[in-house]
Write a protein that binds this ligand. Structure first.
Ligand code: GLY
Length: 327
C-alpha cells in the first residue's frame, strides 16, 4: 500500500524536509494542519479598517469570501484612499476606471476591469463569479452587467480627484512611484472552517493611458487562492507583477515547500531579474497566507511597503513592515 503524506500526518509522522525539486505533497490533499485560527491580512496600513470589518464578519461565522468582499468595500468607499474606488485616481483623460477581482476556496473567481460609475467593483466581480458563466467583464460590458444586476450608477469622481488630475496635467510628468500612485488593497482571509478567499481592488496607476489594465483584476498576477495550499495578493506596479504572474507564482512556490515570506521574496527576485536596471523605481509588495495560517510578505523598495494583520492575537489590527529587496 502506498503511504501518503496525509496518512503520515494522521499518524503524527512527517517526511524529511524536501528540496524544491521534490514533489512532497499529494495532489488534492493539504499538507498543512487545517482548522487553524481565523486571520485577515491586507496590503498597506489602510487595510486596518478593512480588516476590522472582515474580522467582525469572521467572528460572527461568515465565510472568508464574505469577509474579504465586505472588508475591501470599506476601502472602496473611503475618500481618504485615493487609489481605490471612490475618489480614486483618474486616467490620462480624466476618467475613473476601476479594476477588481475576487477568488474563493473552490477556485471560483470573478473580475472586472475598466469599470466606471460603480462604487463597489469588488461586488460586481463577485456577481460575475456567481451569476455568469464568465470570469471577467471589462469596460462598458461590465457597466451594463452591473446596472442589470441592480448596482447603482453613481458619480464617484470627486472634485478632489479632478483637482489632482488638473495638477498633474500642468506638469504632464509621470507621477512619482509613491504608494499614492500605485496602491491596491489586496486582502486574504481564512475563516473558521479553514477556508481561504481573497479580494483585490484599485483605480490602477494614476493618469494611466486609457484602457490600461494592471495586475489587480487579473487572477494569477494580482490574486490567487488555492485552498489546499494558500493565497497571495499584490500591490505595486502592475506591469512588473504581470510579467512574473506574481500571486500564482507565490502559491506554487508555497506548494513546493517554500515559506510564505521566502515565496514572496522569490517573486520580487524574479521581478529584479527582469528589470535589472530599473527595479529600484518599481514599488512592489506581495503578501501571502498559507493554509495553516502562517503569513509572509516582501517588498521591493527601502522598507516602503507595509501590510495589516488582524487575528485573535491582534484583534484591533497591527501594521507590519516586511523586509524589502532594497534596504
Ligand atoms: N497594482 C495596481 C496597478 O498596477 O494597477
Amino acid at each position: 500500500m502506498k503511504i501518503s503524506r496525509r496518512m503520515l500526518l494522521a499518524l503524527g509522522l512527517t517526511l524529511p524536509t524536501s528540496g524544491l525539486k521534490t514533489k512532497i505533497f499529494e495532489q488534492n490533499a493539504s499538507p498543512f494542519t487545517v482548522g487553524s485560527s481565523m486571520k485577515v491580512i491586507s496590503t498597506w496600513p489602510f487595510g486596518i479598517p478593512a480588516n476590522a470589518r472582515a474580522w467582525q464578519l469572521l467572528q460572527n461565522g461568515s465565510t472568508a469570501l464574505d469577509a474579504v468582499e465586505q472588508g475591501v468595500k470599506v476601502t472602496e468607499a473611503d475618500p481618504e484612499v485615493t487609489s481605490v474606488g471612490y475618489n480614486g485616481s483618474l486616467d490620462r483623460d480624466g476618467r475613473l476606471t476601476l479594476d477588481a477581482c475576487i477568488m474563493d476556496h473552490r477556485g471560483m473567481c470573478g473580475s472586472v476591469a475598466g469599470l466606471e460609475h460603480i462604487m463597489h467593483p469588488i461586488s460586481v466581480a463577485r456577481a460575475i463569479m456567481e451569476r455568469t458563466p464568465h470570469v471577467m467583464l471589462v469596460g462598458s460590458g461590465a457597466l451594463d452587467f452591473a446596472i442589470s444586476e441592480g448596482f447603482p450608477k453613481e458619480n464617484i469622481v470627486t472634485d478632489d480627484a479632478i483637482a489632482r488630475w488638473r495638477n498633474w496635467q500642468k506638469s504632464q510628468k509621470a507621477p512619482p512611484l509613491s504608494p499614492e500612485n500605485h496602491d491596491t488593497i489586496g486582502m486574504l482571509a481564512i475563516d473558521s472552517s479553514g477556508n481561504l478567499s481573497g479580494a483585490c481592488t484599485t483605480s490602477g496607476l494614476s493618469y494611466k493611458l486609457p484602457g490600461r489594465v494592471g495586475d489587480s483584476p487579473l487572477i494569477g498576477p494580482g490574486l490567487y487562492v488555492d485552498n489546499e495550499i494558500g493565497a497571495a495578493t499584490a500591490t505595486g506596479v502592475g506591469e512588473a507583477i504581470i510579467r512574473v504572474v506574481g500571486s500564482f507564482l507565490i502559491v506554487e512556490l508555497m506548494r513546493q515547500g517554500m515559506k510564505p515570506k521566502d515565496a514572496c521574496k522569490e517573486a520580487v527576485k524574479r521581478i529584479v531579474n527582469i528589470h535589472p536596471k530599473t527595479h529600484s523605481q518599481l514599488q512592489i509588495g506581495f503578501i501571502a497566507l498559507r493554509k495553516d495560517g502562517e503569513i509572509g510578505a516582501f517588498g521591493m523598495r527601502n522598507n516602503e511597503f507595509s501590510y495589516s494583520l488582524t487575528d485573535a492575537k491582534n484583534p484591533n489590527g497591527t501594521v507590519i513592515k516586511p523586509e524589502s529587496w532594497l534596504s
